[in-house]
Design a protein around this ligand. Structure first.
Ligand code: M6R
Length: 365
């Protein structure tokens, strides 16, 4: 049932090109239009919406952070993102002009469901992004986007996350074209690149020796930091969570610009720092953050788009991802982080698919 792979997690990492294709292809027609069958939100409905609230837990929350970026960028609607277990307790501003998006692989997470009900009660329009047809969250929503990732067995979420990202981009682009906030030219450009991503993930997955080697060198660390700016920061959080949950190494992800406001105090000789620098417009700022930690003795693994060799001066090792539009880099940059966490957990002899203290679906609040 593991299809020849030693763990479900590795199998699911390798299923990502197919999962991404399955999530994208059925939604694009021959005229390059995005067709979202289970989303009834019309242009008129959309005109009424003055705010989007995305709520989720864990990995799905990290997908929500990228969702905020995509919706604000392409649809120009202000977006808030909250962890589901916090959302209800701050008397949130939600009304009938709010679009509430619940992101949940299982569609059964108790906190996410409770937040959804709260938003519904306040009159919000409810959209679900979920991987399970007929799940509770899908049934209680007005609109549903199904990620077609297929069953995810490993507790650590991988293919659900990348397909959630795909969902967020498609939802954002679809809103943008309906609202007229994205030009046809930009829309076509993004869609063309989204279609190219499954193959780029495939390429990444064919060249993993470097990542495996780094994991074998670094698995003794007891403290790892992930830094990035913008959506790189959001991906860093996901990489950090992956590492924590399956390898039991303490890890923290922070926005790179925040380093000097506290966390840099923890950097010493040999501290491992994974630095994501996949964006042109933040590249120089990231390089200087990397130099700051390197100067204090950190071992820095950089993640950058191919061709950006400049990073080698600020890092001890570099993982390159295929070139893509800055906006879409999370779908590629998370792959090496998933693999890095996986190989570290394997090197430490951990039970990768069933980490201690964790359940696949958290159905209690
Ligand atoms: O099924 P859901 O997407 O609602 O689950 C949310 C989290 O429990 C889940 O993403 C969790 O953080 C994973 N173990 C992360 O790998």
């Amino acid at each position: 049932e593991k299809g020849g792979y030693p763990h479900f997690m590795l199998k699911e990492i390798y299923e990502q090109p197919k999962a991404l294709k399955d999530t994208l292809s059925p939604r694009i027609n021959e005229n390059n239009e995005i067709i979202l069958d289970d989303i009834k939100l019309t242009k008129e409905d959309l005109e009424k919406i003055n705010k989007v609230v995305i709520v989720a837990c864990g990995t799905a929350y990290h997908a929500g952070l990228v969702g905020r970026y995509a919706i604000e960028k392409f649809a120009r609607i202000p977006v808030e993102v909250d962890v589901a277990s916090e959302f209800r307790y701050r008397d949130p501003f939600v009304d009938d002009k709010t679009l509430f998006i619940a992101v949940s692989q299982s569609g059964e997470t108790a906190d996410t469901l409770a937040a959804l009900r709260e938003a519904k009660e306040k009159g919000a329009r409810i959209m679900a992004v979920t991987n399970v047809v007929g799940s509770r969250i899908s049934r209680e929503a007005d609109d549903v986007f199904y990620t077609w990732a297929g069953p995810e067995i490993a507790v650590a979420s991988t293919k659900a996350y990348t397909t959630q990202l795909m969902a967020m981009y498609l939802i954002a682009l679809n809103m943008g074209i309906k609202k007229g906030t994205v030009t046809k030219e930009k829309y076509d450009e993004v869609l063309t690149e989204l279609k190219a991503l499954p193959e780029k993930v495939e390429t990444l997955l064919e060249n993993i020796e470097n990542i495996q080697k780094l994991a074998d060198q670094q698995f003794h660390n007891e403290n790892v930091f992930y830094i990035g700016r913008g959506i790189d920061d959001h991906v860093g959080r996901e990489g950090s969570l992956k590492l924590k949950e399956i390898s039991y190494i303490h890890s923290e992800a922070i926005a790179a610009g925040e380093l000097k406001h506290g966390t840099i105090a923890l950097i010493e000789e040999g501290t491992l720092v994974v630095a994501l620098a996949t964006h042109d417009y933040l590249y120089d700022k990231m390089l200087s953050n990397m130099k700051e930690v390197k100067a204090r003795g950190a071992y820095v693994i950089g993640v950058a788009q191919e061709g950006n060799q400049e990073i080698e001066k600020s890092a001890d090792a570099v993982i390159y991802i295929p070139n893509t539009m800055d906006e879409l880099s999370p779908i590629l940059s998370v792959i090496p982080l998933q693999l890095f966490a996986y190989y570290i957990a394997v090197a430490r002899g951990a039970d990768v698919d069933k980490p201690k203290n964790l359940a696949k679906s958290v159905t209690v609040e």
